[in-house]
Design a protein around this ligand. Structure first.
Ligand SMILES: Cc1[nH+]cc(COP(=O)(O)O)c(CN[C@@H](CCC(=O)O)C(=O)O)c1O
Length: 304
């Protein structure tokens, strides 16, 4: 996955890939006390541009606030470092992974005086759920694992430790022959995917789970909602979706920085709609890829 990646930015310095090491007594390794982001740089018609960087960076710092992770760099410093790293890696498009975490210091649940470390990595990352997924759709299964509730752990923060919930769901799905999972929340209604938000189409209207369903407020979700409304679709962005409504949907699709817009063609072996990418999903996916290829909506693109 990381072939050809030469450098990582770590705590203010560009270091060789193999030198980007941390101590085994790093607080975040033991307790999951880190926050991270996933961002894409696209090769637009006007050149490489980071998509919705400001929104991702704001969420990154907000996630840190939840755990008193005081990121010891200005947003402008991380922005410059990220752009420089992409240039040094000579990438026209890539996936960007900022991470901030409590480093090597005293162990014990209270991070106390553990230092906050920050790293930036970039690498090429194609279709998250496989090359055919974007065109053909994916087969998914509802996980036996539930999404943790926002009353238990903040779901509006991208916290490294909480992704064990996503790992369990994703591992179970793949072990059972599915490409991905759908996770229900503690109420038993649909939350989202392990690494994606979910959208449902019924009778030409679009529904997506709201923040009260213990989801991450995805930036691609926000983009898809805006693109859909610009095309005249009615979008219900705070829907409560039961498991049964997944089965009777006309269309389903995931959104995410890594997943982009990925159609879902079956749930628990129940075919969804035509069993491939539906017409509304196609509209949203086409609008999304046209957007990230053209670089329109200048405020959403940070050119290198
Ligand atoms: C739980 C979850 N929900 C929704 C989303 C979509 O959010 P956004 O990227 O802002 O549209 C993501 C991003 N998942 C990231 C991590 C993927 C990984 O495997 O790591 C991503 O897509 O980058 C989630 O992790």
């Amino acid at each position: 996955m990381f072939e050809g990646v030469d450098e990582i930015w770590l705590d203010g310095e560009f270091v060789d890939f193999e030198d980007a090491q941390i101590h085994v007594l790093t607080h975040a390794l033991h307790y999951g006390t880190g926050v991270f982001e996933g961002v894409r740089c696209y090769e637009t018609e006007e050149g490489p541009a980071i998509f919705r960087w400001e929104e991702h960076l704001d969420r990154f710092y907000d996630s840190g606030r939840v755990y008193d992770i005081d990121i010891p760099f200005e947003k402008s410093e991380l922005t410059e470092a990220t752009e420089e790293l992409i240039r040094r890696e000579e990438l026209d498009s890539c996936y960007i992974r900022p991470i901030a975490f409590y480093g090597y210091g005293p162990l014990g649940l209270n991070p106390g005086n553990s230092p906050v470390q920050v790293a930036l990595a970039v690498w090429p990352w194609g279709a998250y759920l496989g090359d055919e997924a974007l065109e053909e759709g994916v087969d998914v299964a509802v996980s036996s694992w539930r999404k943790y509730a926002s009353s238990q752990i903040p779901t509006n923060a991208k916290t490294t430790g909480t992704y064990v919930n996503s790992v369990l769901a994703s591992q179970e799905a793949k072990a059972n022959g599915y490409a991905e999972a759908i996770v229900l929340n503690k109420e038993g209604n649909v939350a989202e995917g392990p690494g994606e938000n979910i959208f449902l189409v019924r009778d030409g209207e679009i529904y997506t789970t709201g923040l009260a369903e213990s989801i991450l407020d995805g930036i691609t979700r926000q983009t898809a909602i805006e693109l859909a409304e610009d095309m005249g679709y009615v979008v219900h962005d705070d829907a409560t979706i039961s498991r049964g409504e997944l089965y009777t949907a006309d269309e389903l699709f995931f959104t995410g920085t890594a997943a982009e817009v990925t159609p879902i063609r079956s749930v628990d072996d129940n075919q969804i709609g035509s069993g491939t990418k539906g017409p509304v999903t196609d509209d949203i996916q086409t609008a999304f890829f046209d957007l990230v290829e053209s670089g329109d909506r200048e405020e959403w693109f940070r050119y290198l």
